[in-house]
Design a protein around this ligand. Structure first.
Ligand code: CA
Length: 229
């Protein structure tokens, strides 16, 4: 998943980035509202982790702009999940954040495992699922355990291979272009080789068989829905 971290404390931002990248997420971090708004206008993010106290204003203002934006005019997806991270433990701040359109909040300092669990819940909900596991035939992907089972046997995938498989399973039946996959697997600082996505697809096929991920030449990749098999 592509995650935007909006946090002006460089230490916290670096810790979050390292933790999320280890989980296979592509992470971009911004320390100001201005930089965050520019990032949101240029990339599609799956989730935003938003600090409230920022040097050029209040994170709540960014949240309001996101929720008021309109589809099709180059503004961020107004339905994108936003989790507020704040040191403010005042009940009023949490209420106003939720009322502005935040989906969840954590009070700093928070536990990174709890953050991961809350992110999984938000991503699940935004993908329209209640079921935590992604099941496809005899394949089971567990986002919480970060594990993949094929016919009951564990399959070892790298974090990016895992992220690629998760994206394709979540969008089952829909073709994702190489560019769409690239933008969800890599942040701006990653040096992306021109065939990076193909290489990951190749490795996943080697580990899980050729029949799973289908290629649409010149368009992209997809995993068929059960009724398309
Ligand atoms: Ca801050």
């Amino acid at each position: 998943m592509r995650i935007l971290v909006v946090e002006d404390d460089a230490g916290i931002a670096a810790g979050l980035r390292a933790n999320l990248q280890q989980r296979g997420h592509a992470v971009d971090a911004c320390g100001t509202l201005g930089a965050a708004w520019a990032a949101l206008r240029s990339e599609a993010f799956d989730l935003v982790l938003l600090d409230l106290g920022l040097p050029d204003g209040d994170g709540g203002d960014l949240l309001r702009r996101i929720r008021q934006s309109q589809a099709g005019d180059g503004l961020p997806d107004r339905l994108m999940p936003v989790l507020i991270m704040t040191a403010r433990d005042q009940v009023a701040d949490r209420i106003s954040g939720l009322d502005l359109g935040a989906d969840d909040y954590l009070v700093k300092p928070f536990d990174l495992d709890e953050l991961q669990a809350r992110m999984r819940a938000l991503l699940r909900r935004s993908a329209g699922r209640a079921q935590p596991l992604l099941v496809h035939g005899d394949l089971v992907l567990d986002p919480a355990a970060h594990s993949v089972l094929r016919a009951g046997q564990a399959v070892e995938l790298t974090p990016r291979e895992f992220a690629l498989l998760q994206l394709l399973l979540q969008s089952r039946g829909r073709v994702l272009s190489r560019q769409q996959l690239e933008s969800r697997l890599y942040n701006w600082q990653d040096a992306v080789g021109s065939n990076a996505v193909e290489v990951h697809v190749h490795h996943v096929r080697r580990k899980l068989g050729d029949g799973l991920i289908q290629t649409v030449r010149g368009v992209g990749y997809f995993i068929p829905r059960d009724d398309q098999l």
